[in-house]
Design a protein around this ligand. Sequence first.
Ligand code: C2O
Ligand code: CU
Length: 493
Amino acid sequence: MILTRRKFAIGCGASAAATSLLYARLGFGAAPFSTPLPIPKLIDAAKLGNAVTLKAMVGEHAFLKGKPTLTYGYSSPILGPIIRVRRGDEVRMTVENALDAVTTVHWHGLLVPGHSDGGPQQLIQPGETWRPVLKIDQPAATLWFHPHPHHDTARQIYMGLAGMIIVDDGADSRLGLPRTFGIDDLPIVLQDRSFGSDGSIEYVSDDSSPLEVIYGARGDTIIVNGVIAPTANVPPGVVRLRLLNAANAQNFELRFSDQRTFYVIASDGGFLSAPVAMKQLTISPAERFEILVDFASGKGVALETGPDKEMGIFGRVAPDGSADYVAVMRFEPTRTIPGVQQVPTRLVEPTSVAEATAVRRRQFVLNSGLCASRAEAANHPGSLALIGINGRPFDIERIDVETKVGTSEVWEIISMGMAHPFHVHGALFRVLSIGGRPPPLHLAGWKDTILVEDKAELLVTFSRPATRERPFMYHCHILEHEDAGLMGQYVCS
Ligand code: C2O
Ligand code: CU
């Protein structure tokens, strides 16, 4: 039975008693934090002559000990490999669809033309193969890949399809950053799931319950790299975590259990100009942040997440009911290998682009069918009940926006009713303002996804072409919103 908690939600301003579906109530058959953090396989594309094969397949994986269940993965029972690519290289991908469903593979954050972007037009039928050539031409960054078939994206990702891409441009060694994959440079894929008593995950797309669409699929158990409550053994020094929120809908509110300071060094599009010291970090669906954490003290610590503000009183409650934060995983500085000892003071100055160069301004009103305030509703009539953008649900036959390669535009995003993580394909943007203010430092670099609570202004730069046959998408990355039509498409010529 999934999505149970949401059954308690009764729409806007719901104030029913908080439910306490507990993270630890499952008794998943192993002591918490006894499972080592799985590290997905690293595929170093250059070592394979820049020819990489991925197979979207059905597998079996036991989230709960002794209770294997059906899952999806890329060349793996669940999730997929970490593909490292080098800037300047051309990577020939072979994507086989061994699923029982039509799929696509989208390279989220990779700057490639529309025809190799893997959006909902680029269907791969079961048994078929897709062979895009990806020209890697962007600064170092942590990206990811996932399916994008319209109306089935949410289910396919929930079943396990997601992998990471690391773009390497040589900056890591120049900056002296931790860079030994799986040792002091760790991929951390955060998701949530609910499980049946038989250990199964099932994705119920139940259109008869609009709340399940409005809130998106939210599980009561966090999984990291596909497992519940793992522990990573790390060197007693500075460790780099590549955080990816691959959840369907949930925002994670991350902090360490001892409230230590950590340093955000990169966001979706690559490095920030300098590390940003933080104690708490919100990461919304599809966002990535790279952080440095110092384990030199030798003390173990838990990574925790707090209640998702979007869920209000339905946010997660700790197992003992006493606190708002639950441990997602642990880090134990037990390895003896010496690691990096210092957080650098400077990173990479992001290329600048002046707002004044923007050729036009557009407004996108995101509506997910949740009640908007009366004032908002008056400004945007017709947007109350609908799930869509600017009063229109997604239509794969309709091009919504036309742009030009080499230009930039100011996109004003307005979220109605709840916060939406807004994502643009084929382009990167800078946040000009968020909630009417300049962005905080960790959101001031290049990004492709931004959580918009009320409104944001983005300076979007277009550098890759996309045709009417293979346009780029922009959409909310709450996957149930996207599948329900909170998406548009644009061409770039
Ligand atoms: Cu993560 Cu349309 O993408
Ligand atoms: Cu949304």
